[in-house]
Design a protein around this ligand. Structure first.
Ligand SMILES: C[S@@+](CC[C@H](N)C(=O)[O-])C[C@H]1O[C@@H](n2cnc3c(N)ncnc32)[C@H](O)[C@@H]1O
Length: 206
């Protein structure tokens, strides 16, 4: 089932946000440190209430962060103001709307890629990210994994094949690791940490 702008916005209005820990994700901090990704113009997709965007800005990145939920972006703007950092927060649907800034050196999403149920939507997302990255730019995506015990609730899950099929034409996969989301749930959802580098030319041979 596809999640619409209204579905997500209603969850933000109700505060039904199991994914929102109020802190930046440890996996993001790890990849920035281990891969020595230097501060640059960065784009976050599906930024929610902005904890990761704010953390990136505090590390020196010039951050544009978008989400299709106006309520989430309203909360994120207040959090950034309270933290005294500048982030360009935009209400936008990444599959439909133009992104006014860019190009970027780093794109990040935590739980946005996995919301797209259709393979063609995920490939379209990969193409959009490719178009907005500089040559050699990185995309780091945290994606709920379909491996491990079946869950009754939690995020939509994707397989390694779902990820590779969507991104392979546009990105070289640098690493695809099993990890878990930082979470408020009693059992943290298993996830993929996928670091990709933009191909110079899109390849259709995969
Ligand atoms: C699971 S939440 C994660 C939010 C945030 N990244 C976090 O970790 O707290 C997924 C987010 O993606 C946003 N989203 C889903 N589809 C989107 C789209 N097409 N364009 C922009 N944002 C989208 C939702 O509004 C929601 O905030």
């Amino acid at each position: 089932m596809n999640r619409t702008r209204t579905d997500f916005d209603e969850r933000y209005r109700k505060g039904d946000l199991p994914w929102d820990t109020g802190r930046h994700d440890k996996n993001l901090e790890l990849v920035i440190r281990e891969e020595q990704i230097a501060p640059c113009p960065a784009l976050e997709l599906g930024a929610g209430t902005g904890s990761d965007a704010i953390w990136l800005a505090q590390q020196g990145f010039r951050v544009t962060a978008l989400d299709m939920s106006p309520t989430a972006i309203g909360i994120a703007r207040k959090k950034a103001a309270a933290a005294g950092v500048e982030v360009e927060f935009i209400v936008a649907d990444i599959l439909r709307d133009e992104i006014p800034s860019g190009p970027f050196g780093f794109v990040f999403d935590r739980g946005c890629f996995h919301t797209f149920d259709l393979p063609e939507e995920r490939s379209r997302l990969a193409e959009i990210v490719w178009r907005h990255l500089n040559p050699g730019g990185y995309w780091f995506s945290l994606i709920a994994s379909s491996d491990g015990p079946k869950r009754e609730s939690g995020p939509p899950t994707r397989s390694a094949l779902d990820i590779v099929s969507a991104v392979e034409s546009w990105f070289e996969i640098i690493s695809l690791k099993t990890t878990s989301f930082d979470s408020k749930l009693p059992e943290a959802p298993r996830s993929w940490a996928c670091l990709m580098r933009r191909r110079d030319k899109a390849s259709t041979e995969h």
